[in-house]
Design a protein around this ligand. Structure first.
Ligand SMILES: [Zn+2]
Length: 93
């Protein structure tokens, strides 16, 4: 599941969530990529995050960067998919 070209860095927001967990996501969220019709890579994230902050997800193949926010709650993201620009140029496989 973990794409080797993706790297996640967590940036600590140094705050704790003020709102309760969204009961719709008791086991975390698998975040979809922005355009599911295009090729994408997925990686697991350390879950749950320690508290409020964000992950910077970086693709070493094409250099794309996406930001995913965390709250340190059960409804944090547990994985994220990224549309890879390099794979889009290769065409879908
Ligand atoms: Zn990429």
């Amino acid at each position: 599941m973990n794409a080797p070209n993706l790297k996640a860095t967590w940036i600590d927001g140094k705050r704790w969530p003020q709102n309760p967990t969204d009961p719709a996501y008791p086991n975390g969220i698998d975040l979809p990529c922005p355009d599911p019709a295009l090729p994408s890579c997925r990686m697991a994230l350390p879950y749950p995050a320690r508290r409020i902050g964000h992950y910077v997800i970086e693709c070493s193949t094409c250099g794309i960067t996406v930001v995913v926010t965390t709250a340190g709650r059960a409804d944090d993201p547990r994985s994220v998919a990224v549309n890879c620009a390099a794979r889009q140029q290769e065409g879908s496989t």
